[in-house]
Design a protein around this ligand. Structure first.
Ligand code: ZN
Length: 214
């Protein structure tokens, strides 16, 4: 049996996923799709299907809720991610973490490089590693190059929390999870995060759990 209308296998897979309607199931750590280098997007999904897929990523990210979602996290090995952060946090957290609102964006074939050598270390989590958070020291500022969902070039510098989101989501496309870069002694479950480590910075966690900050 041939595939109808010459669609790529990836397009077939995406059509099948979208057929269920509503938020897509999120793949958890341990699934090899999260460890593979995703394929560059090069028209494998025709424009209408790409638009529907991006919308499904947005719906899934918001429902989770999360501030970013990469295609491999729904089992699709393409270099596409979405980000969005309304940043509903107290002022104290906003200023310590640089967590400013980030509007909805689609990143197609993103790459980042450090701007300067400043690093920032904070707790972060991942929808594919539910229930846990760990401290990751990341570039404080990065230059992102990508395409948007319409194929327009993106070349922008991100700092603060948006820089962290961009690095986390782009890393997913290279098969890298935040835990690969994390200070593992900082690893904390949801209860410890809520009861002990909700401060704006991880300084107290570093002292109590025994890990270094940059
Ligand atoms: Zn993630």
């Amino acid at each position: 049996m041939g595939t109808p209308s010459g669609r790529t296998p990836l397009a077939e897979r995406v059509e099948e996923l979208l057929g269920t309607g509503g938020p897509l199931p999120i793949v958890a750590a341990g699934d090899p799709v999260l460890r593979r280098v995703a394929e560059p997007f090069d028209g494998q999904l025709e424009p209408a299907l790409l638009a529907r897929f991006v919308e499904a990523l947005r719906v899934t990210m918001r429902a989770a809720p999360g501030v970013g979602l990469a295609a491999p996290q729904v089992g699709v090995g393409l270099r596409i991610a979405v980000i969005e952060d309304p940043a509903p946090v107290p002022d104290e957290v906003r200023s310590a973490r640089g967590r400013v609102p980030q509007p909805f964006r689609v990143l197609v074939n993103p790459r980042y490089e450090a701007v300067g050598d400043r690093r920032a270390a904070f707790y972060e989590g991942c929808l594919s590693v539910p229930g846990w958070q760990a401290v990751v020291a990341r570039h404080a500022e990065v230059r992102l190059t990508a395409r948007d969902e319409h194929g327009r070039a993106v070349d922008e510098v991100f700092s603060g929390w948006p820089a962290r989101i961009v690095q986390h989501e782009t890393d997913h496309l290279d098969g890298t999870l935040y835990l690969d870069r994390a200070e593992l002694r900082s690893l904390a479950g949801a209860r410890a995060m809520a009861e002990l480590w909700a401060q704006p910075t991880p300084d107290r966690a570093a002292a109590a759990l025994g890990f270094d900050l940059p």
